[in-house]
Design a protein around this ligand. Sequence first.
Ligand code: ADP
Length: 685
Amino acid sequence: MNSLTIPFLGITYTRRQLVMMLVIFASYVAMAQVGRILFTAPAVIQPAAGVALAGLVLGGLALWPAVLAATIMNGLLGTAPLLVMVGGIVGHTLHPVIGAWFLRSMGFDPVFRRVRDTLTFIFVALFSSMIVPTIGMLGIYLQNELVAAYQFRSTWLSWWSGIMIADLVLAIAIVRYCSKIDYSRTPREIGELILAFMAIGGLSYAISWTDLAKASSGVLLLFYLLPFIWFSLRLGNRFTFLAFLLSTAILLTGVLYSGIPSDQATSTRIITTELFMATLAVIFFLFTAVVEERKRANKALAAQLLRVESLLEETKRQDRAKTDFISVFAHELRNPLAPIVTSIELLKLKHGAHPDIAPIIETVQDRTRTIVRLLDDLLDVSRIERQRFPLRRADYDLRESIRNVTNANQSLAQKHGLTLFLSVPESAVMVHADPLRIEQMIGNLLMNAIKYTDSGGTISLSLETAGTDAILRVRDTGIGIAPEVLSRIFVPFAGLGVEHRQKSIKEGIGIGLWLTHNLAKIHGGTIEVHSEGKGRGSEFTVRLPRLSQTPIIPNEIPAMDSLQQSQTVRVLIVDDNEAAANGLATLLRHVGNEVETAYLGADVADTVRTFNPAVIVLDIGLPDMTGYDVAEQLRTSGFKGRIIALTGYGQDEDKKKAEAAGFDHHLTKPVGLADLQAVLMPQTA
Ligand code: ADP
């Protein structure tokens, strides 16, 4: 049998509901008998009312016939006159039905997750409990049993307080206990619970079963509050409700059975105890609810924080992956560029004088240089983001960098109809910085000035000192920068002014200023931008910390003005990229060297024996072994010539590793003829 339809009512019950109805019926009747035993007129102790309310709240309103049946049974077991009995049956049935209905319509949560759940339950306990005495008194009135006003009032009050306390401490504990959420407690928490229950039980016992309360003139009652505070703050609503049930039971049985003499009648003491416990319950239940709600909010907040943290971690991870991708991507692009660069150099050497071909070669070379520069910038981005930015600092005169950059860009500025002004102090402006990076910074700023200034404009570069700062200014009369753009101009990939550029200068992907800003920062300096607005020119100011000591002017190193080489060098090129190796070989042969190639690390030893090179240009990433291993082997076998590493990665660690393996130089692909010749030439210093 899985369901049953009750005749007359037409309601169908499931097996589970039927079992619950049976439980409600049996426990109600049993509790009503207990109430009858504890009855001390006019005081009432009515646990059955609490059982009925809890039953309907947990099992649903549809179980009301079980309550009706139980109240009828209880009426029949009693000795009350007919109208009083009928009043009792109606009142005791309506009380849980109306209470449970109200709770349901208020969206009550039996786990008491919100303060409003506790508030609603308290409201029901206080007011639906009035139904029983009111209807009950009506029955008594109709039966003409009690008519005196005083008796009427005190009977109603004691009746109400008996039902109300049953709802407030028994029903609430049953509802909450049966709706418990499973979670495990640590032994420490269990220990704390046992201690707290012992405290509440012990104090309740001391107050009602001994005369300690009287002897201590009420001080004991103050101590009584402490364990309740403990429950509220630390042990949650479930155990607070249970603590109230336990203490109310101990107090009431104490009043009835302890035998301690009192000036007051037992019934008065029972009502007083019920009202006292009801007051405490209302206060502490609300207190617990507020504490719980705050705890839950804190937990939710912590969970949210955890989520935000993990999101941040994920974003960081993705960012790292992006940086790695940029670095690998830029590196991989450099490899195919290597043979292109050498081929262009070769073409230039062979056909550089041809009037038709020369401009084409020039354009291709120019564009290739731009690509190499962009790749370098991209690599710099990933280095800065990974905070692995090696600086080769030296004490040097900042004026040199400015002159170098100006010289390098003078012709470009002229080509675009721009006038370049340079102003530097008479004496040296010494800084402790990486000259290459400083030139990169100034170059970026100057290049931008050229890019964003129309023909006929002027660009001025100035250097001055102020206190401990060296101040470098790049000012132009170009398109200027709108105020709303100024604040985000140093953000990478902003790509703000692509459409306004000089038509002929298309390079730049929006990282130049970001790089410049970071370069200034890692040198301990700052960069600022100023512009009066669109069309009013711009000014970039870089401040770098300056050294105060007198400069040590190095010996002038003569510039290498000819790429032609007077001496023949025997060069072995080792690279598994055959096109790159052969291109480089042809180029070096063209300028008068004797060149041999090898494509595997394993072939190097033999070739060295037969060819006897003075210089070996060695790729690091060979398929059979690393260039470092090849170099080490060469050195152990007594090779005295120069070994030059050729890699795609220009990281500082690579350079250090190369040095340790016995390399004399380190070049980053793609390498131009000038760079190569510089290291092939016999060392002067
Ligand atoms: P890119 O030039 O590749 O776009 P940058 O980081 O060098 O990248 O510059 C970012 C933006 O700042 C440019 O797109 C441009 O809008 C603006 N900008 C930079 N320098 C100047 C300048 N001298 N005058 C006007 N605008 C400039």
